[in-house]
Design a binder for this molecule. Sequence first.
Ligand SMILES: [Ca+2]
Ligand SMILES: [Ca+2]
Ligand SMILES: [Ca+2]
Length: 148
Amino acid sequence: MPFKFSFEEILREEFRKADTDGNKTLDLDEFTKILDKYGVESHKAKEIFQSNGNNGISEEEFINYVHHSEKLDSLIEEYTRMFKSIDKDNSGEITPEEFKQDWQQRGINLSDGSIDALIRSFDVDGDKTISLDEYLNALTLRYFRSRH
Ligand SMILES: [Ca+2]
Ligand SMILES: [Ca+2]
Ligand SMILES: [Ca+2]
């Protein structure tokens, strides 16, 4: 199964709210507003809108736009850098031990129980470690939620 960012759920919800007349498309104004709200650059919005015959932006087009935005690229770049700094042995997984060390380096001593709870908040597949996908997913979701 291809990895899916769950932040899409938030965007889908937001799309439906923005689509006040319920015709399943956004007009240019609504489209631009929603992008601005999420800090996603909107300079290509007009272009996309026009290339579409001015028929409005569908939910998939909106999601697709965000996926290919510079904003998302830069978030992922930043979060990947953070992941790599925690994943000391470059195994591609953050173990509870690595996670704990990272917190210690920031001067915070967490109990094993707290570390486990934190790991669980990232751990979608339940293997008790955090993969890059899980990490990106959680942080991207947090970003979009904070702009909600
Ligand atoms: Ca509409
Ligand atoms: Ca590791
Ligand atoms: Ca996992």
